[in-house]
Write a protein that binds this ligand. Structure first.
Ligand SMILES: [Zn+2]
Length: 388
């Protein structure tokens, strides 16, 4: 509106620059109207699919130890049976005795229903024996049943900060509020050790030798590194803003991860949340083309696909062998069924799982694509170790 008004009194030439500005959105919003899409009752009347379970058996390749008691874990298994999830990967982030504890509660109590993934030793990064310890611990965790590493996170605050406390069992959902720079206790944290630091190479190399995949959470959506102002697409999620937190920024974090992928071509990686690049599937495809040793999931990023169902459908067909199904969310029937609706139906204008401020559309994927994404690709990932 402001741009248009300005142009009235301007000569045509100088108006061209103004026209390059983004096209304004809704035109007639009353002043001071606090527009809240979550409160809107949609008046759109369109067919609505009643879905009750996944059309093909599912491996949820991105979850965490959300349930804490044996009863809650058993209830989760019951829910998995009802909606058609045969197996869930628990990206525990835990290692050693912590991993043993969480494994006993999940995979131990429910064989075949949960597959465990380990963390790594974050202590003494500067010590001369750090590389040896990384290899030894990984071998021990895999011998104890871990199927790989995950979820290892570097949002721009480091894969490790020297001196940070040992990781806890659950690393939480995909969108976890970042640490405040300087920590909460007043003592400044040690400088971050980023994912491409050579001191971690024994970890990536060790995973390649053992044939186990590494689930990496790199960066966050690029908008999180920008000011969370009125023009920011994702400002609703300002809680997770990394703006002004002293990170190297989105592009540099991706460059760091790409260096790791290049240095370790025989190690299989899964870039969870699709490199946090689900807003640009063209660029995401080019990353997959450049690095044949990485797969992706869209866990907790389905809202990004919901607003581009045609582009997303084409992407899933083209890269059907490179996409794992994952939820990264507290298990509930509505959460699972929102995924069913989005992937399997052509329903319109419904809330996707884990929604941002917009609703979205189903992709209506064909069966051959669904079968690979739902379970085939995850099964192949687990088989690599047995094939060795
Ligand atoms: Zn996660």
């Amino acid at each position: 509106m402001r741009v248009q008004a300005l142009c009235v009194g301007m000569v045509l030439a100088s108006c061209a620059a103004a026209r390059a500005q983004p096209i304004p959105g809704p035109q007639d919003q009353p002043p001071n109207d606090r527009f809240n899409p979550g409160e809107l009752r949609s008046t759109l009347v369109v067919p609505e699919s009643r879905v009750e379970r996944f059309r093909h058996p599912v491996i949820d390749a991105h979850s965490h130890a959300y349930a804490e008691t044996p009863e809650a874990i058993a209830a989760w298994v019951g829910l998995m049976d009802r909606v058609g999830v045969k197996t869930t990967f628990i990206l525990s982030g835990a290692t050693g005795p912590e991993l043993a504890k969480v494994s006993a509660r999940y995979a131990g109590a429910h064989p075949g229903r949960f597959v465990m993934f380990a963390g790594f030793d974050k202590e003494g990064v500067d010590a001369a024996d750090y590389g040896d310890r990384l290899r030894r611990r990984l071998r021990a965790d895999v011998a104890a049943g871990a199927a790989g590493l995950g979820e290892l996170t570097d949002k721009g605050l480091g894969l490790v900060r020297a001196g940070e406390p040992r990781a806890t069992a659950a690393s939480g959902a995909g969108l976890t509020p970042p640490q405040r720079a300087g920590g909460t206790g007043g003592a400044p944290l040690a400088p971050p050790v980023y994912i491409d630091d050579l001191r971690f190479d024994p970890l990536w190399d060790g995973a390649g030798v053992l044939g186990v995949p590494v689930f990496v959470h790199i960066a966050e959506p690029a908008a999180f590194y920008e000011p969370a102002d009125q023009s920011n697409d994702l400002r609703r999620s300002a809680n997770w803003s990394l703006h002004g937190k002293g990170t190297p920024g989105y592009a540099e974090m991706i460059a760091k991860f790409e260096r790791v992928l290049e240095r370790h071509p025989r190690t299989r990686f899964v870039s969870v949340h699709a490199f946090n690049l689900a807003n640009d599937l063209g660029a995401l495809g080019r990353l997959l083309d450049r690095h044949p040793n990485v797969d992706v999931d869209f866990a907790a990023r389905m809202w990004e696909l919901a607003r581009q169902p045609f582009s997303a459908g084409r992407f899933f067909s083209k890269y059907a062998d490179r996409i794992l199904f994952g939820t990264d969310n507290d298990p509930s029937a509505p959460m699972y069924l929102a995924h069913v609706r989005q992937l399997e139906t052509q329903d319109e204008w419904f809330w996707p799982a884990d929604a941002e401020w917009w609703r979205g559309y189903g992709m209506g994927l064909p069966d051959d694509v669904l079968k690979k994404v739902y379970s085939g690709n995850a099964e192949r990932l687990l088989r690599r170790r047995l094939d060795k």
